[in-house]
Ligand binder design. Structure first.
Ligand SMILES: [Zn+2]
Length: 351
């Protein structure tokens, strides 16, 4: 039943507007807002779900990956049908989100976020939200957010714990103030070694969406500069005050103005994918492949299937699989060795 206390076009958000921190004016700001969600895996899909239900006006979702069965334990937007279809996560997510709230303009993009495209993805949004699974891309997002002077929300999750931090370029500590540099191989836990619990994702994503709503409604002043650290197993939630972090860090990025990731100096061309026994290969030059032609060419080398978005080649023996995207990017499954993966790519896709 319609709630006559609110404008008819916002009626579906009545419970959110009744909450004092939002109200009708806050809801209007949420509806006027444009948000970029980087990555649509576990965190990204939960965040996109929350922002869509909350009624953001425009939501761009960028993800490089496709849906697999082992995703369903924690990636709330996907189901077994998506696995069977073999469609990219951004496309599957947008289909689901469009049914949840047709009032949100959705912009799904199947791409690997890199130094060459991030300014384009982030240039026309009000807020960037982290749904990534790797630090390399997070540091790139950090550079782009500083360059564009856009607020962004950093988040990460592993095992039963996670952390969330809002970043206001030039005003509060950035990711580089907090962490310094991308952790080297073996320096941190990964989902390979520690796994990840669905409920931990749910709590971290909830904190991200809450921060996003606060920022969209009230701007910088509405949000405290702090690092939230949670553990759902204990359970515990701490908000660590980091107000002095920026002035103490002499940060290369937000104080000195360096953009090491955005300039491409720190971005590698092969990326080991966390927990997947897989390596992604990104060609230096983007291509525009005709997947049907490639499929015909590869037909003799193994079992090939393809659709508009990707091509899949099962190599003889069944232990390795190539998933190729139209821009020339590929995910090589069945190895976590970048050298082996680059070799397979060169052999079947070409240098
Ligand atoms: Zn900084």
């Amino acid at each position: 039943m319609a709630d006559t206390r609110f404008p008819a076009d916002l009626d579906r958000y009545s419970r959110q507007m009744l909450f004092a921190g939002v109200g009708v004016e806050g809801q209007r700001r949420i509806r006027a807002a444009r948000v970029l969600v980087c990555g649509c895996g576990a965190l990204g899909s939960a965040v996109a779900d929350g922002l869509t239900r909350a009624g953001v006006g425009f939501l761009r979702i960028v993800d490089r990956d496709f849906v697999e069965l082992s995703n369903l334990q924690r990636q709330v937007l996907f189901d077994e049908q998506d696995v069977a279809s073999g469609i990219p996560k951004a496309i599957a997510a947008a289909a689901k989100l469009g049914r949840i709230n047709s009032g949100v303009r959705l912009d799904p993009i199947v791409a690997d976020i890199d130094a060459g495209n991030i300014l384009q993805f982030a240039g026309d949004v009000d807020l960037i939200v982290d749904g990534m699974d790797n630090f390399e891309t997070r540091f790139l997002i950090n550079d782009a957010a500083l360059e564009l002077s856009r607020p962004w929300i950093y988040a990460g999750c592993i095992g039963s714990h996670g952390q969330v931090m809002p970043i206001f370029p030039g005003q509060s500590a950035c990711l580089r103030c907090l962490i310094g540099d991308v952790p080297g191989p073996g320096e941190t836990e990964t989902c390979d070694t520690a796994g990840v619990l669905g409920p931990a994702i749910a709590v971290v994503a909830a904190l991200e969406v809450t921060l996003a709503i606060k920022i969209l409604c009230g701007g910088r002043e509405a949000v405290r500069e702090s690092l939230s650290v949670i553990d759902v197993w204990e359970p515990s939630l701490r908000a660590m005050q980091i107000g002095k972090l920026r002035e103490q860090s002499d940060c290369p990025a937000c104080v000195q103005g360096r953009r090491d990731w955005l300039r491409g100096e720190k971005v590698s061309q092969s990326t080991v994918l966390c927990g997947r026994n897989a390596v992604q290969i990104s060609p230096a030059e983007k291509r525009k492949l005709n997947l049907a032609e490639v499929a015909a060419r590869l037909a003799a080398t193994g079992t090939v299937t393809h659709n508009t978005f990707l091509l899949r080649l099962e190599l003889p023996g069944g232990s390795q699989r190539i998933t190729l995207f139209p821009d020339g990017r590929a995910i090589i499954q069945g190895t976590d060795d970048p050298v082996v993966a680059r070799g397979i790519y060169a052999k079947f896709v070409g240098a």
